[in-house]
Design a protein. Structure first.
Length: 104
């Protein structure tokens, strides 16, 4: 007589997704222009990292706002959502906890 074990597996909510607008291998292969506008990338997250076409700086997204860090270290906010990226990795940030820190 065989014994069967049934285990209930909980379905997880799809809340911890990461969106890649292109595989990172495309950068390794020298594809520096994908023309994916940030208006499209922002549909998939509000927090992430990436780059700009022609590798023109590092892209940071924080709270849905996009910033460009140039080779000179200067940070500028990007307001033109039609600016394009060959690579970005974004997610919808959900903190696990909220903490109040003392100023000391």
């Amino acid at each position: 007589m065989g014994l069967t074990t049934i285990r209930r597996i909980r379905k997880r909510k799809a809340e911890n997704k990461v969106y890649l607008c292109a595989p990172v291998n495309s950068l390794v292969e020298g594809i520096y222009e994908q023309n994916i506008p940030f208006s499209e990338i922002k549909k998939h997250g509000d927090f992430g990292l990436g780059t700009f076409n022609d590798l023109d700086g590092e892209m940071m997204m924080v709270d849905g706002e996009i910033f460009r860090v140039g080779s000179d270290g200067k940070v500028n906010q990007i307001t033109d959502e039609e600016t394009c990226s060959p690579f970005a990795c974004v997610t919808k940030f959900q903190p696990a906890s909220d903490e109040i820190l003392d100023k000391e």
